[in-house]
Write a protein that binds this ligand. Structure first.
Ligand SMILES: Nc1ncnc2c1ncn2[C@@H]1O[C@H](COP(=O)(O)OP(=O)(O)OP(=O)(O)O)[C@@H](O)[C@H]1O
Ligand SMILES: [Mg+2]
Length: 270
């Protein structure tokens, strides 16, 4: 990890337009629009390395848009995205992405193992032969999310929570440095939530950076180190302890957060 960081820093200096090499994801003036009204407007953010960061904001705030624009999946109107100091395009291989639990309709036959192996295609090449080692790596990723018994099952025959675990396994198989997850805990039971958070904390312990869109305000303090509050514009950013405050939340959610919820949070955040 240290070695690649040094390389990234050198590259940045060489091209003269690198961002902060110590940040796995830095946004400068990011504006994204689907129509007339921007979904994100002039957003600055600097996520810390080796940490768990939460992106928090109401429905429609632009959270998924932020991840997709960071990945280059949707065009930006203006602004700069750097990954470990490099333009995103140059660092694409270092990012793994788990999309928001999609309305993906898996009506074509694909096994769970194949889905996980898809995480390797960037490294294998589309027509690379799947070696025994690749297969072992994919099986290992399935074991880490507690899905080792499902390798040969059709993906469409899994429950939503089981599919979520498989998509996390696919991200793990990518062996990335930055993990972007869009609501990884949405609609999963307590055991799956526990399993997912264990895997994410494990990644952090390995020095990886995790950025997750997160809705459950009651677990922010337990799960995350850093928060980024957004509602079209960047509202607040920093360590959970100092940034995740009732005042910042009230501003981010406007009238959409009940006073009782804020009072509860005031108790949990001190
Ligand atoms: N493909 C699209 N075409 C047009 N508008 C879109 C598209 N995707 C998102 N939007 C709009 O952009 C805004 C931001 O959407 P986005 O999905 O980023 O929100 P979000 O913060 O992820 O919300 P949620 O918490 O509901 O997942 C919303 O107003 C949404 O309606
Ligand atoms: Mg979303």
């Amino acid at each position: 990890m240290g070695e690649t960081l040094t390389l990234a820093a050198t590259d940045g200096q060489a091209t003269g337009r690198g961002g902060d090499p110590s940040s796995p994801l830095a946004l400068r003036g990011l504006t994204v629009s689907y129509g007339e009204k921007p979904a994100l407007f002039s957003v600055d953010a600097t996520f810390p390395a080796g940490a768990m960061s939460a992106i928090i904001g109401p429905n429609g705030a632009g959270k998924s848009t932020l991840l997709k624009a960071s990945l280059g999946l949707i065009a930006r109107v203006s602004g700069q995205v750097t990954v470990f100091g490099q333009p995103m395009e140059a660092a694409r291989d270092r990012i793994a992405y788990v999309p928001q639990r999609a309305s993906v309709d898996w009506d074509f036959p694909t096994t769970v193992l194949d889905v996980v192996l898809m995480g390797r295609y960037r490294k294998l090449g589309l027509f690379g032969r799947v070696s025994r080692a690749e297969r072992a790596l994919a099986t290992g990723a399935l074991a880490r999310v507690g899905m080792e018994g499902f390798a040969d099952r059709q993906i469409g025959q899994l429950s939503g929570g089981q599919q979520q675990r498989v998509f996390l396994a696919r991200a793990l198989a990518q062996e990335a440095d930055l993990y972007l997850l869009d609501e990884p805990f949405a609609g999963v039971d307590a055991a799956t939530e526990r399993a997912i958070i264990d895997v994410l904390k494990d990644l952090k312990a390995q020095g990886k950076s995790v950025i997750a869109v997160h809705h459950d305000l009651s677990t922010v303090t337990a799960y995350f180190d850093h928060v980024f509050l957004v509602n079209v514009r960047a509202m607040a950013e920093g360590p959970v302890a100092t940034t995740f405050t009732p005042a910042a939340l009230a501003e981010t959610y406007g009238g959409r957060l009940a006073a009782t919820q804020l009072a509860d949070l005031a108790l949990t955040t001190g």
